[in-house]
Design a protein around this ligand. Structure first.
Ligand code: ZN
Length: 405
């Protein structure tokens, strides 16, 4: 697997003996450093800075650095090649799309708080404190990596913008509104856009979080590993790496649906955004479930479709999009079973296919449902079925290691 490219190329094993200085453009650090009278670089998680304020020297040596500073420093320490791609923490104050800023701040705050609480009660494989932040980058990507005893998740601002644009297209689509069953007009459609965006971004973040808590990052002897999520058909993988992606998708499905349909996100989605207060609970469930399918489908549709055959499908880092969506829907149906079996029954194959067709038509680009046709044809072929059988076998074996009986 070539998952640790940044680590291999960008950071040396001598970091501990010769740590780099605090970058002058580190957020929250630069103002203090600018007045420093005596600067030395100490432990990786302490500031080790003395500053002069109002005639007094203040020793900041033992003050721990906040995770957003450590997040930024991780990228500052990369080689020039990788720093050109990933420049550091993105300053949301500089965000061009003004209406997106409070939304990103709110999502970041809620996920950082909620997932650290989950960390505390679940005794996960990776128990490092968790921190989500945004990366200044023109590459659409999501990364999971460990650094300075933190489990970091980074979403590039380019990916954020692509999700926001796709959400806009979905929110404005008459076909999508009709398919999911909402009657929003005019500016109300902006609310539909927010539901799609929040669902997409949450799914991606929770996918990355699963890489952390299921031990995909680090404990397998690879050190601090980062996961490239958006590789447009990246090679260098195998069935084992694909099974980890299926696992991350599957766990994210359960977490997103727990939150959207049965948890904290339901009230605002139903009342504030979708105006479904008057509808029966079963109708509300159906609309929310359809929003989930459209949002996750759109996330997969906006990427370039992978061209697969019986040879290269086994060397991909991620399963082809159509295969991922199949696994995702299997997990979504499993989520419904304990208490909402009727919801699964109403998401029949015909309804699912209509939702996916509408999503593909609403989010054009260099992908779309037409291009998935080649993937689907392969997956339906004998070679494709054999690939599916093998991938499922590796995935099931992996799950047994997570939850041994
Ligand atoms: Zn992944």
């Amino acid at each position: 697997m070539k998952r640790n490219t940044i680590i291999e190329l960008g950071s040396s094993g001598s970091r501990a003996e010769n740590p780099p200085p605090i970058a002058p453009d580190s957020p929250n650090v630069a103002p203090a450093a600018s007045t420093a009278t005596n600067v030395r670089v100490g432990g990786s998680r302490s500031a080790a800075i003395k500053i002069r304020r109002h005639g007094c020297v203040i020793d900041l040596s033992e003050m721990p650095l906040p995770p957003e500073v450590l997040f930024h420093r991780y990228f500052q320490e990369l080689s020039p090649f990788w720093r050109e791609k990933y420049r550091g923490k993105h300053d949301l104050e500089a965000l061009e799309t003004l209406e997106l800023r409070p939304l990103l701040v709110a999502i970041q705050g809620a996920l950082n708080e909620g997932l650290n609480e989950e960390h505390a009660v679940r005794e996960p494989v990776d128990s490092h404190p968790f921190h989500l932040d945004y990366i200044d980058s023109t590459v659409p990507n999501a990364l999971a990596f460990r650094h300075d005893d933190y489990a970091f998740i980074g979403i590039t601002i380019r990916l954020v913008n692509e999700l926001w644009d796709a959400s806009d297209l979905l929110g404005k689509s008459e076909v999508i509104a009709s398919l999911i069953g909402v009657r929003l007009v005019g500016e109300q459609r902006e609310a539909l856009r927010v539901v799609f965006f929040r669902t997409m971004l949450s799914f991606i973040v929770l996918h990355e979080w699963t890489h952390h808590i299921h031990g995909h990052v680090g404990p397998r002897g690879l050190g601090s590993v980062h996961f490239d999520e958006i590789l447009d058909g990246g090679q260098g993988g195998d069935l084992e790496s694909q099974a980890l992606e299926v696992d991350a998708d599957g766990y994210a499905v359960h977490l997103v649906l727990n939150n959207l349909i049965a948890g904290n996100a339901r009230a605002s989605a139903v009342t504030t955004f979708l105006k479904l207060d008057e509808q029966p609970l079963s109708v509300q469930d159906e609309v929310l479930f359809a929003c989930f399918v459209v949002a996750v489908g759109a996330f997969l549709y906006i990427r370039h479709p992978v061209t697969v055959n019986s040879a290269n499908v086994y060397t991909l880092t991620h399963p082809p999009q159509a295969e991922r969506m199949n696994f995702i829907m299997n997990q979504a149906m499993r989520w419904c079973q304990p208490s909402r079996a009727d919801l699964a029954a109403r998401m029949a194959l015909d309804r699912f296919q209509k939702l996916m067709r509408g999503t593909a038509e609403a989010t054009p680009g260099d992908s779309g449902g037409i291009n998935w046709a080649a993937q689907t044809a392969f997956l339906m072929s004998p070679d494709g079925r054999e690939y599916n059988r093998k991938l499922n076998g590796v995935y099931q074996s992996y799950v047994q290691t997570l939850f041994p009986t």
